[in-house]
Structure formats: structure tokens, C-alpha cells
Design a protein around this ligand. Structure first.
Ligand SMILES: [Fe+2]
Length: 161
């Protein structure tokens, strides 16, 4: 679902590099509150060949499930609001908050979950290289061991399973 009005997309496209990212953050944060969307929205940003870049808005309580990005490396930067990333670490699932301006990298094979645990919308920019083609979702089995539950072929970012 793309919730970004065409007028915003046009204005953002006219800006260069970092200015574009900043503008996206400012413009995008208002967009979710103007819609009745009950899910988050994302839009693809222009990027060099070999990289997919997406702008994602997260309404409160929206998130993914524990997943990997297949063979793709990834990074995300929080543009507005706060996101929580959860990663497995020594048998535990450890949350870490990322406020606006912080960037996290995700190596191929890393597992993480991303969610908006706050009360305000959040906006982030996610880059994948090579472009995302596959995500595998993970969950604990009866013994508490993380196991893959399903793999989906997708080029869409951080999607709800
Ligand atoms: Fe992810």
C-alpha cells in the first residue's frame, strides 16, 4: 500500500541527495496521520544500480517479525520517531532503540525484527544491496530454539509476514 500522495513524491524527487532524505522525513511524518491506513506504507526511492532504497512509515505498534534478508546486506536510518530493533543474542531476544538520526546495519544472515513500540509514527529509510529478493521468517520452536518458519520471495522491504 502506498500512502504517499503524488504531490509529495514529485516534490521529493526534485531535491538532491541528503536534502531529499531530510525532506522525506519531514513530509512523510505527516502522511500517516492524514490517512485511515491501518497498515504501514512504503515507497521506493531513487538509488544507484544494485541498491534498493525504501522509505517506510511505521504507525504505533506496527512491526515485522523476526527475519533475515537472504543474501542482501541492509542498513536503515531512522528519520523521525523511534524504532525498536530486536535481535537474538545468546538465546535471548534483545531490544535496542533507534532514535532519529541513528543507523543500523544488517549483514547477510543476521536476524532482526523492527517495530514501532512508541505512541507516535516513525519514519525510516532502508537500503538493500544486493536488492532484496528473499526474506526468511524465524520463530522459536517448542524447545525455544529459533528455527526458520517460511521463506518468501519479495522485493518489498520489512514487510509484515
Ligand atoms: Fe529487515
Amino acid at each position: 500500500m502506498n500512502i504517499w500522495p503524488a504531490a509529495i513524491a514529485w516534490r521529493v524527487k526534485a531535491l538532491p541527495g541528503l536534502d531529499r532524505a531530510k525532506a522525506i522525513g519531514r513530509l512523510a511524518i505527516a502522511a500517516p496521520s492524514k490517512t485511515a491506513a491501518q497498515t504501514w506504507g512504503w515507497t521506493r526511492l531513487e538509488a544507484p544500480a544494485g541498491v534498493d532504497v525504501w522509505l517506510i512509515s511505521w504507525l504505533p505498534s506496527q512491526g515485522t517479525e523476526l527475519h533475515d534478508h537472504g543474501a542482501s546486506s541492509a542498513a536503515f536510518t531512522v528519520v523521525a520517531g523511534t524504532l525498536t530493533e530486536i535481535r537474538p543474542d545468546d538465546g535471548r531476544l534483545v531490544p535496542q532503540e533507534f532514535r532519529a538520526g541513528r543507523t543500523q546495519t544488517v549483514d547477510p544472515g543476521d536476524l532482526h525484527d523492527v517495530l514501532n513500540a512508541g505512541t507516535e509514527p516513525a519514519v525510516s529509510i532502508h537500503a538493500y544491496s544486493s536488492p532484496l529478493t528473499r526474506m526468511t521468517y524465524w520463530a522459536r520452536d517448542a524447545e525455544g530454539t529459533l528455527v526458520p518458519t517460511r521463506t518468501v520471495e519479495t522485493d518489498e522491504p520489512e514487510t509484515e509476514a
